[in-house]
Design a protein around this ligand. Structure first.
Ligand SMILES: [Ca+2]
Ligand SMILES: [Ca+2]
Length: 88
């Protein structure tokens, strides 16, 4: 999984994203829920209002390809950058 996703990322970039993933994954189960994502965005200054939180939920929904309500690390590789650029 990581090998596939890391093809166009440097080791450094991958490490940075993995660190961010772990920072967002509050209960440390290796998957990110919409609540964890919203909490993380608020911490870094995003998700200031209901509209922003709704936007996070919508992006989460769009990124959650298998529809189980949680994001795996490989999905987050793609979505973290998008979330940050839109919300910060
Ligand atoms: Ca989690
Ligand atoms: Ca999922």
């Amino acid at each position: 999984m990581l090998k596939l996703m890391s093809e166009d990322l440097s080791e450094e970039e991958l490490k940075e994203i993995r660190d961010q993933f772990h920072a967002i994954d509050l209960d440390g189960n290796g998957r990110i829920t919409v609540a964890e994502l919203q909490t993380a965005m608020q911490k870094v200054g995003g998700g200031k209002d209901a509209a922003a939180l709704d936007k996070i939920a919508k992006m989460m929904e769009a990124a959650d390809l298998d529809g189980d309500g949680e994001l795996d690390f490989d999905v987050c590789l793609h979505s973290l950058g998008v979330c940050r650029s839109q919300l910060l």
